[in-house]
Design a binder for this molecule. Structure first.
Ligand code: GUN
Ligand code: ZN
Length: 429
């Protein structure tokens, strides 16, 4: 068994930070070590304690850089890598004018495969080692997505979108074909290596009631799978969705009626919510996902993290590429911080870095594998350099604390601040 030690300043959370002074919420080793073998972390601790236990291990010295668990992105769209930065419209026009045309190309396996390579290069280049993504409606796109993740041994969650109306013909399945294709992909990929499947009805507008019922049947038959969709991102979207389902009490009720709302459900955006919807999400343990760069880019609105948290809801945080404007979870925190500032809610750097690591892992029920650097976890590690640019280096000259350094990283950092990313112990650059 070949062993390796990553040496550096090691930071990993053990609990949700309760505030800016909550230093009990993490472990931090100024001269730390991660002992790695077979893609897993065998030990985390001070270098002078870990190193003697593995005298033959090769040491990769990352000092003075910061080693953290790889970031987790809970909502993005694999077929939208060429949609990022498309100008001028809000959600429904943006989907029709930019997104649907781009997703049509993923029927072609060659295109999907080329984009999958580029997609994972972007993720790991930005320090993201796990994500939950939508593929296009075509099985080819899901095959490319999972095959490339398997090749890289990444813990990736995803699914082909189910959509059977209100989109171009080339993007439509049917209740039966969407069910059959999803079922076949679950059988092939869920639990294969590090992959997990997410049953993925795109949103109420692009699914008939029959299709949402078929998605509900998949949820019943495969309770081990996740569910991902969109909820209440934009006011025109809400009006359209609820007009298509006149019986529903509200938008979330459309999904509830189909049996989709469980603690394995992830609802992108969830901005403009009724009180009943919040209560139902809390009761069922469903997870709204905050997508700050996207919500600002499409002018969708401000996610009420504080309000949802006060109701006992555990929200995720995500880039939402391609309405999101950056693959970086650091830049996602930057914009998220500002969105919360506008609502008088302060996101402290400990809370922020907990959220994009252990916090997102907890919502997935995967904190034993990803999101921390605890022994037994996968060796998915990001190496961060808070002085990566001259502006950051200048600012860091005046930084005295770990919290300050983290704040510089989240406000000023992007892929340039990612010195290295390890997936299952393998360096990606
Ligand atoms: N709602 C339904 N589909 C999408 C999508 O692809 N992106 C965003 N931002 N919202 C959606
Ligand atoms: Zn989305």
């Amino acid at each position: 068994m070949t062993q390796k030690i990553l040496r550096g300043r090691v930071l990993s959370f053990v609990a949700e930070p309760q505030g800016p002074e909550d230093t009990d919420s993490f472990v931090y080793h100024e001269d730390g070590a991660l002992l790695i073998a077979d893609g897993k972390i065998l030990a985390m601790g001070p270098f002078d304690q870990v190193a003697p236990t593995a005298p033959s291990a090769a040491v990769v010295d990352h000092r003075p850089q910061l080693l953290m668990p790889g970031f987790i992105d809970l909502h993005l769209h694999f077929p939208q890598v060429q949609v990022v930065a498309s100008w001028g419209s809000q959600l429904l026009d943006w989907l029709n004018n930019y997104t649907f045309p781009a997703e049509l190309s993923f029927a072609d396996a060659g295109h999907a495969t080329r984009m999958a390579t580029a997609f994972y290069d972007q993720l790991t280049g930005h320090g993201t080692t796990s994500a939950m993504a939508f593929c296009s409606v075509h099985e080819t796109s899901a095959e490319a997505y999972f095959a490339e993740a398997a090749r890289r041994n990444m813990c990736m969650i995803g699914g082909k979108v189910m959509m059977d109306r209100n989109a171009p013909d080339g993007l439509l399945d049917s209740p039966q074909s969407g069910y059959d294709a999803s079922k076949a992909l679950i059988t092939k990929w869920h639990g294969q290596g590090r992959a997990r499947y997410a049953i993925s009805p795109r949103f109420a507008i692009t699914s008939t009631p029959e299709q949402l019922e078929a998605a509900g049947a998949l949820v019943t038959e495969h309770p081990e799978c996740y569910v991902q969709t969109h909820l209440s991102e934009n006011r025109d979207e809400i009006a359209f969705a609820t007009s298509l389902y006149p019986e529903a009490r509200d938008y979330l009720d459309i999904y509830e009626a189909a049996g989709l709302v469980t603690d394995k459900m992830f609802l992108g955006h969830a901005i403009h919510l009724e009180d009943r919807e919040i209560a139902a999400m809390a009761e069922r343990g469903a997870h709204p996902v905050f997508c700050p760069t996207s919500n600002l880019f499409l002018g969708s609105g401000l996610f009420d993290q504080g309000g949802l948290k006060a109701r006992g809801i555990q929200s995720g945080i995500a880039t939402d590429i391609g309405a999101g404007t950056s693959y970086s979870m650091l830049q996602t925190l930057n914009e998220g911080y500002k969105v919360l500032q506008l609502q008088g809610q302060a996101l402290h750097p400990y809370q922020a870095f907990h959220w994009i690591t252990r916090g997102n892992a907890l919502t997935l029920g995967l904190a034993h594998e990803i999101g921390t650097l605890d022994a037994g976890s996968a060796a998915d590690v990001v190496v961060l350099d808070a002085a990566a640019t001259s502006a950051m280096a200048l600012r860091m000259e005046a930084s005295k604390t770990l919290a300050e350094e983290l704040f510089v990283l989240m406000m000023m950092g992007d892929d340039r601040a990612v010195a290295q990313t390890y997936v299952a112990g393998i360096a990606q650059k």
